[in-house]
Design a protein around this ligand. Structure first.
Ligand SMILES: NC(=O)c1ccc[n+]([C@@H]2O[C@H](COP(=O)([O-])OP(=O)(O)OC[C@H]3O[C@@H](n4cnc5c(N)ncnc54)[C@H](OP(=O)(O)O)[C@@H]3O)[C@@H](O)[C@H]2O)c1
Length: 178
């Protein structure tokens, strides 16, 4: 078990792109990490790369291959990670999916965006928030998009998911930031 003074974070969508860059930066600040995304091989590669680039890391990044829209898996993985780390300081909800389309967007593509971009952050934040409330400390970063503030044509489904995320974000801010 780590002591209270070590920094601990969970990053979703951490196997590539912006999520990988965030996880890599946090590792350079010596955060103990849980990296989440669906593809296990990509996660292993990301964790190995982060460890190689940060040889001074106290512990190798943990990984959890899961879909953030699966509440049971999210709870199991984050709870298990926090039990071993001792506490958690930061959650970064970054995992996301974009598919162009509004009037002709396929129903299943709309659901994929809502699942990854909105249900996922809902699941991860609710799981994380119980630790944050108990400790009266913690930070949540939600990676939205300009499309979460201004809707563009042909991005209606994506915008709906990111506007939803902004609503969740604002409400959590009002509930937890005092
Ligand atoms: N790139 C941009 O220009 C841009 C602009 C504005 C906002 N954003 C936002 O920034 C975030 C990251 O974008 P990006 O371009 O870096 O994306 P990306 O390169 O496509 O990476 C997405 C990451 O999320 C994971 N992921 C996707 N769906 C998931 C799910 N249901 N459950 C768990 N993990 C999932 C992917 O891994 P698996 O496929 O293995 O699960 C991957 O690690 C997204 O929220 C996106 O909306 C991006």
């Amino acid at each position: 078990m780590q002591n209270e003074s070590s920094l601990v974070a969970v990053v979703t969508g951490a196997s590539q792109g912006i999520g990988y860059a965030i996880a890599s930066y946090l590792a350079s600040l010596n955060y103990q990490l849980l990296l989440i995304s669906r593809n296990l091989d990509n996660l292993k590669l990301a964790a190995e790369k982060i460890q190689k680039e940060n040889p001074g890391l106290k512990s190798a990044p943990s990984i959890a291959a899961l879909d953030v829209s699966d509440l049971v898996e999210v709870q199991k993985s984050i709870d298990h990670f926090v039990a071993s780390a001792g506490h958690v300081d930061l959650l970064c909800n970054n995992a996301g999916y974009v598919k162009r389309g509004t009037s002709e967007l396929a129903h299943d593509e709309f659901l994929k965006m809502i699942n990854a971009n909105l249900i996922g952050p809902f699941n991860c934040t609710q799981t994380f928030a119980k630790y944050m409330k108990a400790r009266k400390s913690g930070r949540i970063i939600n990676v939205s998009s300009r499309s979460g503030k201004v809707a563009k044509k042909m991005l209606g489904g994506y915008s709906a998911s990111k506007f939803g995320l902004m609503g969740l974000n604002q409400s959590y801010y009002k509930e937890l930031s005092h």
